[in-house]
Design a protein around this ligand. Structure first.
Ligand SMILES: [Zn+2]
Length: 191
């Protein structure tokens, strides 16, 4: 780590739980952020600020004026642009060391499989259940840690499923896609 990095990340390095070794792991890490709305916006900014070195941002939506009050990575001048185009410069502006790739797509399961294979951690900041279940299945199959967030009105939920551990529960254990099948199952995660 060079002098600039030691200075930029000094507050992390002082933390016993991170230190230089932990910061280097962050710099080397690849995070996949799916969804650039109210959750993905702050998540991407914080990941960049903290020095997570490689970000892939994925969203097929465009910036809407009425969403700017919470989707803080986007700007008024970006209304109508794709969210990916709008968001892509911000991580680099905060931290020029961060490499940021934007994908203006709604990733299908095949694309998710490829993207998740390349990631060290996946952030599900999406806004629909089809995507949530597909991300969960793929992270489980690929044994990649999944950070799953959701927020509605004044309520928020966050969960981390660490599929590197065998026997970890998954999103589908918590919110079964097929409730009837889940009730008939033995309660043990299919992962
Ligand atoms: Zn499960």
């Amino acid at each position: 780590m060079n002098d600039q990095q030691l200075l930029r990340y000094s507050r992390h390095i002082l933390l016993e739980e991170i230190g230089i070794e932990g910061q280097q792991r962050l710099l080397d890490a690849r995070a996949l952020v799916i969804g650039l709305g109210g959750l993905g916006s702050p998540a991407a900014l914080y990941l960049a600020a903290s020095g997570v070195g490689h970000l892939t941002l994925c969203d097929d939506d465009t910036v809407d004026f009425s969403n700017l009050q919470r989707q803080i990575i986007h700007r008024t001048s970006s209304v109508g642009q794709t969210k990916v185009a709008s968001a892509q410069a911000a991580p680099h502006d905060i931290n020029p060391e961060v490499e940021c790739v934007g994908l203006p797509i709604r990733a299908d399961e095949g694309q998710l499989n490829e993207l998740i294979a390349q990631a060290d951690v996946v952030l599900d900041c999406s806004d629909n259940f089809a995507t949530r279940y597909a991300i969960n299945r793929t992270c489980l199959r690929r044994r990649k840690p999944l950070v799953s967030g959701a927020a509605v009105q004044f309520h928020g939920q966050i969960a981390v499923y660490d599929f590197r551990r065998s026997g970890s529960p998954c999103y589908n254990c918590l919110f079964p896609e097929d409730l009837q099948a889940a009730e008939q199952a033995d309660g043990i995660c299919h992962g």
